[in-house]
Design a protein around this ligand. Structure first.
Ligand code: BYC
Length: 331
């Protein structure tokens, strides 16, 4: 009995403490303060962040593949140098995001293991092939453009390390978007064949880019809670609409069309109406049945295995530095 009573007392005390922590957490989020790694946070908040940040980090490194496909075939030294720098930037973004996720207590090894075993997702967009050089431009303009639209609000995410990583990433993404736009503009103003190549790429990447924003709001499992926690600031449909409104005038300046016969300005709403998205395609891609899912994961696993010696060498070097440091202190 005595033990049970003590236990009851302890639980009540714990409850009061957790309640106070929860109250402080809610107040900090309401006051637009940042939650930092050592602050108390609800388990579900932590799990949601790890899920989203991991998926984001995985997207950055898988996203290197479709573009890297064109490095050896870039049409000029200038274009090659730009593309190499962009692909390297994506690796850097992955690194910032894995590091930010690490502050929540989940290591990069664990996250990569979940990616490689298919237990964690990466963005649907990277399961489509890059068939021509113009796809590099379409990815920059549309995919990076969608990424910026989605990610600028994440700079105000309630979790400090994620928000700070996003500030840096967004600066680089803006540059990526502009290089894609400039590449497409050069093709669009080029020969008839080049113009057709640019148009074909935009036709293929437009709808998958709209899918990047996630399922429609009424099917989005996480949006409501993530918005209450101020991880997400806008719903999937809001951001998708914003993206469409941004792209329409840009397509006109590029001299290209968007492949949607229902796309038109709605005076009443002050936004563009657009045609229905094929959500069955999105669901198939998420299930692993997109055109390149298998190829992307196989390549990622191979790259990881082939990089084992680099990780071992880096770990050995770090260990040597630590030992060297200690010896240095003794001397
Ligand atoms: N692809 O409840 P929802 C980049 C999943 S990288 C795959 O709305 P949430 C770039 C979702 O995870 C682009 N899965 O989820 C890199 C959830 O499944 P689980 C990546 C998707 O999290 C290199 C389920 O569907 N950007 O920019 O509230 C070169 C229900 O969805 C997708 C980010 O990751 C999708 N498109 O909202 C160029 C940004 N959409 O986990 C560019 C950060 C949804 O329950 N992430 N799902 O199994 C986010 O902002 C949000 O996670 C999302 C989804 C808007 C993507």
């Amino acid at each position: 009995m005595a033990t049970a009573a003590a236990h009851e007392t302890r639980t009540a005390e714990e409850d009061t403490t957790t309640g106070a922590y929860e109250h402080a957490f809610d107040a900090a989020v309401a006051a637009e303060e940042r939650i930092e790694p050592r602050d108390w946070m609800p388990d579900a908040y932590r799990a949601t962040l790890v899920r989203q940040m991991a998926q984001h980090a995985h997207s950055e490194i898988i996203g290197m593949q479709p573009e890297a496909n064109w490095i050896t075939r870039a049409p000029s030294l200038r274009r090659k140098a730009i593309l190499m720098a962009k692909v390297q930037d994506e690796a850097g973004h992955g690194l910032y995001l894995y590091s930010a996720a690490e502050t929540l207590g989940t290591g990069r090894d664990e996250l990569l293991d979940k990616l490689h075993s298919g237990r964690q997702k990466y963005s649907s967009i990277f399961n489509y092939p890059t068939l021509t050089w113009a796809d590099v431009g379409a990815i920059g303009w549309l995919v990076d453009g969608a990424a910026i639209t989605n990610q600028v609000p994440l700079c105000r995410c309630s979790y400090g390390p994620y928000a700070r990583a996003m500030v840096r990433i967004c600066k680089e993404e803006s540059f990526h978007q502009r290089q894609g736009y400039e590449l497409l503009l050069a093709l669009s103003r080029g020969t008839a064949e080049q113009h057709a190549m640019a148009q074909d790429a935009v036709d293929r990447w437009w709808w998958p880019s709209l899918m990047m924003f996630g399922p429609p709001d009424d099917e989005s499992a996480h949006s409501a809670q993530s918005m209450t926690w101020k991880i997400k600031r806008h719903s999937n449909d809001e951001l998708r609409q914003r993206f469409v409104d941004i792209c329409v005038p840009q397509a006109a300046s590029l001299g290209l069309t968007l492949p949607d016969p229902e796309l038109r300005w709605n005076e009443e709403r002050g936004r563009h109406d657009f045609g229905p998205i094929d959500w069955s395609e999105f669901r198939e891609v998420l299930k692993g049945n997109g055109p390149c899912n298998e190829q992307r994961l196989t390549q990622r696993r191979r790259a990881h295995e082939e990089g084992a010696w680099v990780r071992e060498a880096a770990a050995a070097y770090a260990a040597k530095q630590t030992t060297g440091g200690a010896e240095g202190e003794r001397a």
